[in-house]
Design a protein around this ligand. Structure first.
Ligand code: ADP
Ligand code: MG
Length: 321
C-alpha cells in the first residue's frame, strides 16, 4: 500500500514547484496575510512555508495528512475540478509519502504551538508543544528521497528555484492583499518581497519591475448570460527578452495551459499587446478539463459583440478595444 501511495503521490507532486503551489493554496485558504517561503537547493533539500493564517487545531493534527481528508467545504465546482487542475485533501498526504514533512502550527485559541512529523500519511509521534506564533510552518525536507526516478530527473536546483520563483510571483500578483517573501536559506536578502494590502500593479512592479508596471493596461470583461468574468492586465512592453510572462488564474487556481493562453490572447489581445496577467471566474463551469474551459471561452468568443464588452482602462481613461 505504501508503494501504491508513493506512486500516486509522485503523480500529484512532480517537483518542488508543484508541492509549493499546493502549500501556498493551503496558506491562502487559511486566510493568511503574510506568507514566507524559504528554500535550500531549489526546494529539493528544504521547502519551507510559514504563514500567519488560522493554524491547525491540535486535535486535527493527526488526520491532516490522511488522504482525502479536508476541512474545506467542497462545492460541486471543486469536486469537478479534481482531474486536471487540482485535487482535494491530497496535498499534505502526497507530500508526506515522498518527503520528510514537519508541521508546526498554532491557532488563536491555543496557548502554544505544536509540532509534528509525518511519514506516509501518518504522524510519526504525538504532536509536541513548542514556541510559535499563530499560523502554520510547513517544512518539506529531502523531497523524493525515496523516489529514485524523480530524484534523477530533478538534478538542477537552479531550474527548480526558477520554477518556484514563478509560482510565488504568480500567486503574489493574484493575491495583492497578501505579503509574500521568497528567500534562500542563509541569505539575508529576499528574491521576492511584496507588501500586504498592495494593488495588482504594486505587486507587478515589485516582482517584475517598474518598466513593466508603467505600461500596463487594465482589461475587464464580463458576460452576464455566460456568467463569465475576466480581469487582467496587458502590456505592450517587450518586457522580457527570454520569455513571455503570462499568468492565468481560473477560479483562483493557477492554470498552465498553452491552449487557454491562446484563447485568452485572442479575446483580449490585439496583435501587439501581450496579456500579462489575467484571472477568470467561470462559476458553474466544469473544470474537469482544459476542453471544458476552452469551450466556454470559445462560446464567449463566438457571441457577437463580445469584444465590444472588453474594456481597457488606463490611468486616464476607460475605452473599448
Ligand atoms: P485540502 O487543501 O484539499 O483540504 P490538503 O492536503 O492540502 O487538502 O490539506 C489538508 C487540510 O490540512 C486542510 O483541509 C486544512 O484543514 C489543513 N491545512 C493544511 N495547510 C494548512 C495551513 N497552512 N493552515 C491551516 N490549515 C492547513
Ligand atoms: Mg490543499
Amino acid at each position: 500500500e505504501v508503494v501504491v501511495n508513493r506512486i500516486a503521490a509522485g503523480e500529484v507532486i512532480q517537483r518542488p514547484a508543484n508541492a509549493l503551489k499546493e502549500l501556498l493554496e493551503n496558506s491562502l485558504d487559511a486566510k493568511s496575510t503574510n506568507i514566507q517561503v524559504t528554500l535550500k537547493n531549489g526546494g529539493l533539500k528544504l521547502l519551507q512555508i510559514q504563514d500567519n493564517g488560522t493554524g491547525i487545531r491540535k486535535q486535527d493534527m493527526d488526520i491532516v495528512c490522511e488522504r482525502f481528508t479536508t476541512s474545506k467545504l467542497t462545492k460541486f465546482e471543486d469536486l469537478t475540478s479534481i482531474a486536471t487542475f487540482g485535487f482535494r485533501g491530497e496535498a499534505l498526504a502526497s507530500i508526506s509519502h515522498v518527503a520528510h514533512l514537519t508541521i508546526t502550527t498554532k491557532t488563536a485559541a491555543q496557548q502554544c504551538a505544536f509540532r509534528a512529523q509525518y511519514e506516509d500519511g501518518k504522524l510519526k509521534g504525538p504532536p509536541k508543544p513548542c514556541a510559535g506564533n499563530q499560523g502554520t510552518l510547513i517544512s518539506v525536507e529531502d523531497l523524493f528521497y525515496n523516489v529514485a526516478t524523480r530524484k534523477k530527473v530533478l538534478k538542477n536546483p537552479t531550474e527548480e528555484f526558477v520554477k518556484i520563483a514563478d509560482v510565488v510571483g504568480n500567486y503574489a500578483v493574484h493575491n495583492p492583499a497578501v505579503g509574500f517573501i521568497l528567500k534562500r536559506q542563509g541569505e539575508t536578502t529576499s528574491d521576492i518581497k511584496t507588501n500586504p494590502s498592495s494593488t495588482h500593479v504594486d505587486v507587478i512592479r515589485a516582482v517584475y519591475g517598474e518598466h513593466i508596471a508603467r505600461e500596463l493596461m487594465e482589461v475587464e470583461f464580463s458576460h452576464e448570460v455566460l456568467k463569465f468574468k475576466m480581469h487582467g492586465y496587458i502590456s505592450n512592453v517587450n518586457y522580457s527578452t527570454k520569455k513571455l510572462i503570462f499568468i492565468l488564474f481560473i477560479n483562483n487556481r493557477l492554470v498552465d495551459s498553452t491552449a487557454l493562453r491562446k484563447a485568452i490572447e485572442r479575446l483580449l489581445g490585439s496583435n501587439k499587446s501581450r496579456v500579462f496577467y489575467t484571472q477568470a471566474k467561470l462559476p458553474g463551469v466544469n473544470l474537469k478539463s482544459e476542453e471544458a474551459i476552452l469551450e466556454k471561452l470559445d462560446s464567449s468568443l463566438s457571441q457577437r459583440k463580445v469584444r465590444d464588452n472588453v474594456l481597457v482602462r488606463t490611468d486616464s481613461s476607460v475605452q473599448k478595444i
